[in-house]
Write a protein that binds this ligand. Sequence first.
Ligand code: MN
Length: 262
Amino acid sequence: MKILVSNDDGIDSPGIYALSKALKEIGDVIVVAPLAEQSAVGHAITMQIPLRVTEYYKNNEFFGYAVDGTPADCIKMGIKNILKYQPDVVVSGINNGSNSAINIIYSGTVSAAREAAIMDVPSIAVSVASHKVDNYAFAGKVARNLTAEVVNKKLRPGTLLNVNIPNLPESEIKGILLTKQGKSKWDDIYEERIDPYGRKYYWLTGKMLPLDNTIEADQYAVMQNYVAVTPIHFDLTDYETFANMKSWNIENLFSLKENMFK
Ligand code: MN
């Protein structure tokens, strides 16, 4: 089994090292990851400047390929230029920090997996819900077992699994739940500071406010010490509105033909 591994915390982060170690137990791992941290870059791709790829060594051993771009760049280049074939699965992580609820939109970790889904490769994004992860061993085990399951069971084209894991020892984890993307909002705070030249600058921080406290919501499940597994898709169509808007008869709303050539 060929497994392409990436992340958004950068190729030197402990999470990607733990992930690749866990996945080597079930397949051949190829790491293509950002040279520098790319957290919260979303699904950005690099088009205005060139990309460079360097071989990255860890403990004097070849670890993988570092791309000086975004997580989505890593997956595109990884498949097109480095592997030159479709891997069986792409796994992104292990991210420091939760990627549940609205964070899915901003997450580089999820975007790497989503890019794989766009390229018809089944994929998984794995995050631990803390910026100070105590131990990656359990998250690595979850990632390994789910990867084997995804390759075995297959996913619908375009679908990826978004996995969030509490920052707890295995003995304190209550179980694993199938979840939905929870509802949440960020209470953004742009902290105002002064630079050495006396000018103001702003640094984004804030607090995520969960808006649904049901066990089916990913962020709530994680708060209740469960591993949350949410299937997501890149198709952003709102099918409910699509059905409801049929009654608008939008094709008759404006007489485009009359005005088109004026
Ligand atoms: Mn990150």
